[in-house]
Design a protein around this ligand. Structure first.
Ligand code: SF4
Length: 395
């Protein structure tokens, strides 16, 4: 090899090494930015200090609750209405509960994939501490398969497929809320049932510290675990996907168990609000909406707030159009005629029905623009104009 070709050879080696180092750096950066997608800037600092710190000996998940051991180490999970039978080495439908030699483990315990500070109006909860913030927690996995899911990148993935914090303990979460003076912790984004044990431990610690707990659920949880969790919960938001088989086929689930859960929550005395995402061609029949509203009034109460939300194309329903505003307004009128007292429209920023009205004097109780509260006329739990008692959690 002469001098020139040796120089060229060394130059090429150098370029290859430089290119490899650059690629590694870019891959590292993209992974980091993916992780930071899930945390608000104000929370990121504490997450990297505590939640991301890997602690020696941290188990891969924790033993799950609510299951029965069957023959040949098979397990029947009794947490939700899927009723999965799980053979050793496999996971249930939700991708989170794993049979390891006859013991069931929840593999996402302490490993949230989404941690963020949001306004409580985003949940939505309209009768709970308006204008305050909450720390929201979500993980991988779900027990539904909603074709419209807006959080499919979390809910329709296993923990191995997405970013996550490796050991964000219940203590870390509670400290994060207390340090920031945030009064509420919410379990949301994906179905909290599938990270039940983590929710329960966080909720128990949070209640000891005087924090509020909010549970945003599809309502497909079985009565025993639901009743246990409600002991440590202040409010629940339930997604009622519609009021027909067709609506629940879209989520690969069934309506009846959800109605049972709604009754259990209401009877427990825990504050309940309901969200109905109105999706064109799936659940937007006015007849169906009318039946749903009548059921809510007859079986729960006319005082249960109903959020009628606008659908935007997402996941497997990108071929559908956003819900026409006119459809939402018609649904609003139907809910009002059915006798429900507190109806709001969601995902329609600036619409007058973002706000809550007093059912007695019809003045605005809480004026909202999307998630922002611009006026609160609730005084000591009553309408500031006519004195009508307004149910909810106001302080
Ligand atoms: S929680 Fe998961 S494993 Fe258990 S029954 Fe439901 S989907 Fe199946």
């Amino acid at each position: 090899m002469n001098n020139i070709s040796r120089r060229n050879f060394i130059k090429k080696i150098f370029l290859v090494i430089a290119a490899t180092l650059s690629m590694s750096y870019l891959l590292f950066r993209s992974r980091e930015s993916f992780r930071s997608l899930f945390s608000s800037s104000s929370l990121s600092a504490s997450l990297s200090a505590s939640g991301n710190a890997k602690k020696k000996g941290f188990p891969q998940g924790t033993e799950a609750m609510y299951y029965t051991l069957m023959e040949r180490n098979r397990i029947r999970c009794e947490l939700c209405y899927r009723n999965c039978t799980i053979t050793s080495g496999r996971r249930g439908f939700c991708r989170n509960r794993e049979n390891r030699g006859g013991k069931l483990y929840n593999v996402v315990y302490g490993k949230p994939s989404a941690v963020q500070i949001d306004p409580i109006e985003k949940e939505p909860q309209h009768h709970m501490l308006p204008g305050t913030k909450m720390i929201c927690i979500g993980t991988a996995g779900c027990n539904f398969r909603c074709r419209h899911c807006h959080n499919w990148h979390l809910s329709q993935r296993s923990i191995e497929e997405i970013g996550r914090y490796d050991n964000y303990t219940p203590h870390d979460i509670v400290r994060s809320a207390l340090n920031r003076n945030i009064p509420t912790i919410s379990f949301t984004y994906n179905e909290p049932t599938v990270f039940y044990e983590y929710c329960l431990d966080i909720a128990k610690q949070a209640k000891k510290e005087g924090l509020n707990i909010l549970w945003h659920s599809n309502g497909y949880i079985k009565p025993a675990p639901l009743e246990e969790f409600l002991q440590y919960t202040d409010a629940v938001t339930v997604d009622l996907k519609g009021f027909s088989k067709k609506a629940y086929d879209n989520s690969d689930a069934e309506l009846e168990p959800v109605l049972e859960s709604l009754k259990i929550i209401k009877n427990s005395g825990i504050w309940l609000e309901i969200v109905n995402l109105v999706i064109p061609t799936i659940n937007d029949s006015m007849q169906e909406i009318s039946e749903m509203c009548k059921w809510i009034k007859d079986n729960l109460s006319q005082e249960v707030p109903l959020h009628l939300s606008r659908f935007f194309p997402s996941y497997k329903l990108t071929h559908l159009s956003p819900t026409p505003i006119n459809t939402l307004e018609r649904a609003y009128n139907i809910a009002q005629n059915a006798g429900l007292h507190y109806i709001t429209l969601g995902n329609v920023p600036g619409h007058e029905y973002n706000s809550t009205f007093c059912p007695k004097c019809n003045t605005i109780l809480i004026r909202r623009i999307h998630f922002n509260v611009t006026k609160n006329n609730i005084v000591n739990g009553s309408c500031g104009s006519c004195g009508n008692n307004i149910p909810g959690i106001w302080q």
